[in-house]
Design a protein around this ligand. Structure first.
Ligand code: HEC
Length: 173
């Protein structure tokens, strides 16, 4: 009798182990599908806000790619985002392929400084003019920015979220 009970226990344990194994494989494969490179919002769950997601991927939290005009041709083919040109830290400063101007430092505190770039004669940016620069490509004086900077056709909410993200880029000068 007792040997029969222990035999049942062994079978039950084997079944449980089998189920656990199948679940693990399924979870692993599921995680791979969600995060695999090449998907538009790859790894979006690692970004803490919609603004940060757009800054790093060029797509918003609804999985829509932000359409744009202007910018270099390779951006249409290879894809890219603010970080591609302005850097992960927002400091810019490095020329981009086929660019006719160097991406600026777009950390918020820098944009709202009185003299934020040598030799530029426009007033400091405000929240409103930063949003306008992103969507319409105009500087605070209302003059067009260099066409290397794409004009991003995003919703008010999206551009609001990107602005909030720029406020978090607070590296030292
Ligand atoms: C292909 C490269 C490129 C990409 C991508 C890009 N920018 Fe720019 N951006 C530039 C360049 C170059 C300038 C400088 C233009 C000028 O001074 O006339 C600029 C200027 C700006 C400015 C104005 C700053 C200033 O000092 O005049 C803001 C704000 C800005 N970009 C935000 C963004 C945001 C937000 C994104 C993503 C949604 C983005 N940019 C994506 C290249 C890029």
């Amino acid at each position: 009798m007792s040997s029969r009970v222990s035999w049942l226990v062994v079978v039950a344990a084997a079944v449980v182990a089998g189920v656990v194994l199948v679940v693990c494989v399924a979870l692993f494969f599921g995680a791979y599908v969600v995060t695999r490179p090449g998907s538009d919002v790859a790894g979006s769950e690692t970004y803490v806000s919609n603004g940060q997601l757009i800054y790093f991927t060029g797509s918003n939290e609804r999985g829509e790619r932000i359409p744009f005009e202007g910018g270099p041709n390779w951006l249409y083919m290879r894809g890219g985002s603010c970080a591609t040109c302005h850097g992960a830290d927002g400091r810019g400063g490095a020329p981009v392929m086929m660019g006719t101007d160097v991406p600026s430092d777009i950390r918020y505190h820098h944009l709202i400084e009185e003299e934020h770039e040598e030799g530029e004669e426009h007033p400091p940016f405000t929240d409103e003019t930063i949003k306008r620069a992103i969507t319409l490509g105009l500087n605070p004086a209302g003059e067009p920015l260099d066409l290397t900077m794409p004009r991003w056709h995003m919703s008010n909410q999206d551009v609001e979220d990107v602005l909030e993200f720029l406020k978090t880029l607070n590296g030292e000068h």
